[in-house]
Ligand binder design. Structure first.
Ligand code: NOJ
Length: 505
């Protein structure tokens, strides 16, 4: 009798545990891409030049394989096949970006390139036809070159230019797009593009450009948010947020010094952009801004290299997001004294002055910076949840790279996705208000400075072929089953290797 009750209880617990490890039915599963990385058609039908067109054409040697996005996966012509792939995977949502210079060739809003607008309208209609929710990023790194010529993000008028562009996007597409992301990864825009040479426009204004760009980017985001809020929300009824790269930065040891170092690193990596928008007080992160002010003085600058927000600007930017988009890939362990690398003076990393350690036993992808870290999504999301009082989150990117010759049997990508999605389940269980997850990426694409040498796709793309043939990798079948079953089954093996479209898609 006792044994029966016990085993009954056990069955009950297992069912419950299994039930708990399920994604909610309204959780949005999707995949993500970005305009310059997939579209091609770089000068098609009136599109203007952007900073990646300009840089790859004038300085091809800065890209590892001297390639560019002139053709990429040619989504400009293959968009129907892309939507077919979304249907094959059974996706609920798809995140893509609009190329600013495709709809405003000169960057400014006096002239609209209608064929560019029509392209996005066709693309969006094709998704909606199959109930796939479009999630649109307004800016994924491809600034119109004409605006860069005027200083780009360093120009204090940048927030106005961005507001004008955002308004046109809401007007043209907002009847059918309900999820807007203003910027993708401010850190990569500002630190990598303005504060170093790792992304266009390679300005390398170390220790100055990054902070100037950060302030104007935040103000531009706030303007675009307010424009949506004041002029469109009542009729269009959508959401507007921002996507920030949040790789987990934890302390190397429990010592107070390492804990403080990790906090400074978090402020330098994402706090610069998250704090002015999501904190209650607004403005740049306190400790980092004190450090920069002090160092600037010692270095002979008449004022801090970090241009503080005025009270009015703080007020203006605070609370300007309906959700927090998180791009998450990996983790670093941060130390106050060990593992320090040389950094230029002045620079963001010289200001932060911490050491970074990455355990060699964490599995390595094809990308130098990307290793599989234990339960890092859970760590990052629960931290942000607590810090910013439980905002709505979307994971807007997460994924793994392989080499071009790695083939279709991508067991390491499968291992990464399963671990990541288990970490997502842990975060959900802890009460994080996470509404969706976008895999990076739907298909192989132009990986910026790494060209086509690193592949992130669930679908392999044959860039040599005229059609840019797309073929599902094994991970595509595994992801499809996760989306379908709303669970992560570690033992699932696809029965055969043909993609099919489920009814209803
Ligand atoms: C984040 C960026 O948003 C995306 O463009 C890039 O390809 C992936 N990380 C992988 O590096």
């Amino acid at each position: 009798m006792k044994a029966t009750i016990l085993s009954g209880l056990l069955v009950c617990c297992c069912v419950l545990a299994k039930h708990e490890r399920k994604f909610p039915s309204d959780f949005l599963f999707g995949a993500a891409t970005a305009s310059y990385q997939i579209e091609g058609g770089w000068n098609a039908d009136g599109k203007g030049e952007n900073i990646w067109d300009h840089m790859t054409h004038t300085r091809p040697e800065v890209i590892i394989d001297k390639s560019n996005g002139d053709e990429a996966a040619d989504t400009y012509h293959n968009y129907k096949r892309d939507v077919e792939m979304m249907r094959e995977l059974g996706l609920d949502a798809y995140r893509f970006s609009i190329s600013w210079s495709r709809i405003l060739p000169n960057g400014l809003a006096n002239y609209i390139n209608e064929p560019g607008v029509e392209f996005y309208k066709r693309y969006i209609s094709e998704m909606l036809k199959y109930n796939i929710t479009p999630m649109v990023t307004l800016y994924h790194w491809d600034l119109p070159q004409k605006l860069q010529d005027l200083g780009g993000f360093a120009n204090p008028l940048f927030p106005e230019w961005f507001e004008d562009y955002a308004r046109i996007a809401y007007e043209k597409f907002g009847d059918r797009v309900k999820h807007w992301i203003t910027f993708n990864e401010p850190r990569e825009i500002c630190y990598e593009g303005y504060g170093s040479t790792t992304k266009a426009p390679m300005l390398n204004a170390t220790g100055v450009g990054v902070y100037l760009c950060a302030k104007h980017l935040v103000l531009a985001h706030a303007r675009a948010y307010k424009t949506y809020d004041n002029e469109f929300r009542a009729t269009q009824n959508g959401l507007c947020g921002i996507t920030i790269s949040v790789n987990w930065m934890g302390p190397l040891t429990d010592s107070e010094e390492d804990q403080f170092a990790a906090e400074i690193k978090r402020q330098a990596e994402w706090g610069l952009y998250a704090e002015p928008i999501f904190s209650q007080w607004g403005g740049f992160p306190k400790e980092l801004s004190e450090i920069v002010a002090k160092k600037s003085k010692e270095q002979g600058y008449p004022r801090s290299r970090m241009p503080e927000f005025t009270e009015e600007e703080k007020q203006f930017s605070r609370g300007t997001a309906d959700f927090f988009g998180v791009n998450h890939y990996t983790a670093n362990l941060i130390s106050a004294n060990d593992y320090k690398a040389w950094n230029p003076v002045p620079s963001l990393y010289n200001d932060a002055d911490v050491g970074v350690y990455i355990p060699p036993e964490w599995p390595q992808s094809a990308s130098r910076w990307l290793r599989q870290a234990p339960n890092s999504i859970y760590k990052a999301l629960t931290h942000l949840h607590k810090k910013y009082n439980g905002p709505v989150f979307y994971i807007t990117e997460n994924g793994w790279s392989t080499t071009p010759d790695a083939g279709l049997e991508d067991e390491d990508r499968i291992r990464y996705y399963r671990a990541a999605l288990n970490s997502v389940l842990d975060a959900l269980k802890a009460g994080v208000n996470l509404k969706g997850y976008m895999a990076w990426s739907l298909m192989d694409n132009f990986e910026w400075m790494e060209g086509y040498a690193e592949r992130f796709g669930l679908y392999h793309v044959d860039f040599e072929s005229v059609e840019k043939t797309r073929t599902p990798r094994k991970s595509a079948f595994i992801y499809k089953e996760i989306v379908r079953s709303r669970t992560v089954n570690p033992d699932y093996e696809p029965p055969n290797r043909t993609m099919w479209i489920e009814e209803g898609h």
